[in-house]
Structures are given as structure tokens and as C-alpha cells.
Design a protein. Structure first.
Length: 374
């Protein structure tokens, strides 16, 4: 059986079962210091403007992150140091890419932890075997973070290059398609006035009109993704926006559709029409994801720190792992017959409002979480 990356890294630093035992023995001695170490760790980060700026939410998020660091140290000393451990740690490197944290801060942060943990070891003569084990596990942690950081950074650069190419092509194609579509619409108008009572011909002209409307919508979505025009902003009630979006989707009776928690949310500042487009796309996706058009779709509003979250979820099959990695890129879709512009447009609009959107796997189904500042 082929050796995994994590197994290779453990072999390289000679991380053994003796090291695992030494770390577990260190845990009850080090645990009372975890809170103090988290204070030292984040005080050091807040001393550096660039590192502080990279934190999502800045200083306001530090309290939550201290709790997360304590849990991280628990896992560091208790394991198990298996593939699940590797995947969990790898996600940290990916978060560093997403928030734009420079790599050199990873080294500095790991040195803070190394100094504090080794200080605890040195203060207890019975913990001497843990000295080397601490070095090895922190070297492993740093190697995992740097590996996933590099992987995700390269993937992000490739994605930006694809999007730049996509933007150039779609902008040119979109504008060129407007003219022939306009001619078709004008011709349809003339033809309809001469159809009289021929039902068969009227039916076919209607089908042509529907397809022209779909083509126009695709072109509009393409151009909207590329636009960077100033956006008119006003106070927006999300309950009203979602209600308008849901009525436009008009879920069938076979779908149990519900909305909760939106009426109590504070106002957000933005474009009601663009936000309606966001929730129209998400609700439509949720309804269309249900097998056979039957199941549950739900919109949930809640407060989140200094912002609000609107969750759109369904109990359909969810999104497969491969599609999930590029879910918000143009032309990527999990739906048969889908074009793959809806979620790219949603992401574009949400980010223009200073927010962010994330996909979460539900059990069962899919969940999209839109976070917006208030």
C-alpha cells in the first residue's frame, strides 16, 4: 500500500510511538497552562499590524480563536495522530490562504508555541522525553500547514488565471450575442402578429421566445459577473428580500418550503434587487436539487457577531467533493443541464456587499451560508 504524505512526514521526522506516549504524558502537566499560552500567542499576533489585519474580524474574533487554540493544543498532545488528524490540520493551512496570512507568520506562531511548551517540559524533570516529541510534532504541524498553504495558493493562482481568461472571453461573446438575440426578438414580435389562429405555429413561436429569454438571462448573468459599476445602497430588510425571491421561485406543493428567523434581523446596507437575485438563485438551486421535486427547503436567518447570516438549505443529495472545490467558479455546476453561472454571480454580489458565502455539507443535503455585515 502506498505511503500517505502524513506517514512520509512522520517517518522523516522520526515521529514514533514513544513520542506519542511522551506527548500524552505531557498533556496533564501542560493543560493547566493552555489558557495562558493562548493569551501569549494572540497578544504576540496583535502586536503585529499585518498579522492582526489578516485575522477575520480582527481583535473582535480573538476571544473565539483563543478557545480554538486551546482545542488545537488538546489535539496536539492527545492525538490520535492519524489521517483524520492530518486532514483537520491541513484545513488550517487553507484558511491561512483564504485570509491572506503571510507564510512567515506561521513560523513565528509555531515558535511561540514551541517556546512555551518546552518551557513546561524543562520545568518538570520527569517530562524530559517530551522535549524531542514536542519538537517533532510541531515540525509536523508546520510541514502540514506549509504544504497545504502552497497547494491552495497555487490552486488559487490557477483559478484567478482561469477567471481572467473567462472574463475576457465572456465579455466579448456576451456583447456580440446581444445583437442577434435582439434581432430574433424583433422578428418574433412581427411573426406573432401574423399567426392568427394557428395554434401549432403559436406554440413553436412561444418555445422560441422562451429559449431567447433563457439566452438573454445567461448573457445578463455573464456580464453582471464582470461588471464593477458603482452600486446604489439603501437600508434593506432581508425578510422582504427573501419573500420576493421565494415568490419568484414559487416552489411546488411537493416541496415543504419554510422561512424562519428573518423578521428579527437588523437592516443590512445594499441593493435590494441584487440581494433578491442572490436568494432567488440559492432558493431555486435548493428546490431544483430535490429528487423528483419532493423534499424540504428552508431559509434561516440568525445573528452572527457584528453581522447576520442567512442559511439556505435542502435535504437533497448535496454536492460531490470534486465539484465542491470549485463550486463558486463560473461554468461549474452540480446540476444536470445547469450552466454554472448562478453561484458565481451569487458570490460576486455577496462580496460586493462586503460579505462572504460558504458551502456546508448537511446531513442529508446542502447548506449555503451567506454572511453580511449590518
Amino acid at each position: 500500500m502506498e505511503e500517505t504524505l502524513f506517514e512520509e512526514l512522520k517517518r522523516y521526522v522520526r515521529f514514533s510511538s514513544e513520542d506519542e506516549a511522551a506527548l500524552r504524558a505531557l498533556h496533564p502537566v501542560a493543560q493547566p497552562h493552555f489558557q495562558r499560552i493562548s493569551e501569549v500567542f494572540y497578544n504576540r499576533i496583535l502586536d503585529h499590524p499585518e498579522a492582526r489585519h489578516a485575522l477575520e474580524g480582527g481583535e473582535s474574533q480573538v476571544g473565539r480563536l483563543k478557545v480554538t487554540l486551546v482545542a488545537w493544543m488538546e489535539g496536539l498532545l492527545l492525538g490520535p495522530w492519524d489521517e483524520a488528524y492530518y486532514q483537520k490540520r491541513a484545513r488550517i493551512g487553507r484558511v491561512h490562504v483564504r485570509i491572506g496570512l503571510p507564510q512567515h507568520y506561521m513560523f513565528g506562531a509555531m515558535n511561540v508555541l514551541r517556546r512555551e511548551l518546552k518551557g513546561i517540559v524543562e520545568a518538570s524533570s520527569a517530562m524530559t522525553p517530551a522535549r524531542m516529541a514536542v519538537d517533532k510534532i510541531l515540525d509536523l504541524e508546520l510541514a502540514i500547514m506549509l504544504h497545504t498553504f502552497r497547494e491552495d495558493l497555487l490552486a488559487q493562482q490557477a483559478r484567478m488565471e482561469r477567471l481572467a481568461t473567462f472574463g475576457q472571453l465572456s465579455g466579448a461573446i456576451g456583447h456580440e450575442l446581444r445583437n442577434p438575440l435582439g434581432v430574433i426578438e424583433s422578428s418574433l414580435y412581427v411573426l406573432r402578429s401574423h399567426v392568427n389562429s394557428d395554434e401549432r405555429l403559436s406554440k413553436h413561436l412561444g418555445r422560441i421566445g422562451e429559449q431567447v429569454e433563457i439566452a438573454n438571462r445567461i448573457v445578463s448573468n455573464l456580464l453582471e459577473i464582470l461588471r464593477d459599476a458603482p452600486m446604489s445602497r439603501e437600508p434593506v430588510k432581508l425578510a422582504e428580500v427573501v419573500e420576493r425571491a421565494a415568490s419568484a421561485v414559487a416552489p411546488p406543493e411537493t416541496v415543504a418550503f419554510s422561512v424562519e428567523g428573518l423578521a428579527d434581523l437588523p437592516l443590512v446596507h445594499g441593493s435590494p434587487d441584487q440581494l433578491r437575485q442572490v436568494f432567488f438563485n440559492l432558493i431555486q438551486n435548493a428546490v431544483q436539487a430535490l429528487p423528483g421535486g419532493r423534499g424540504n427547503a428552508k431559509v434561516i436567518g440568525r445573528r452572527s457577531g457584528k453581522g447576520v447570516e442567512v442559511v439556505v438549505e435542502d435535504d437533497g443529495p448535496g454536492v460531490d467533493e470534486i465539484t465542491r472545490r470549485r463550486l463558486f467558479e463560473p461554468l461549474i455546476t452540480a446540476r444536470t443541464g445547469g450552466v454554472g453561472l448562478g453561484l458565481a454571480l451569487v458570490k460576486r454580489i455577496v462580496e460586493r456587499h462586503g460579505g462572504m458565502i460558504a458551502y456546508e455539507a448537511a446531513n442529508p443535503g446542502a447548506r449555503f451560508v451567506v454572511h453580511l455585515p449590518v
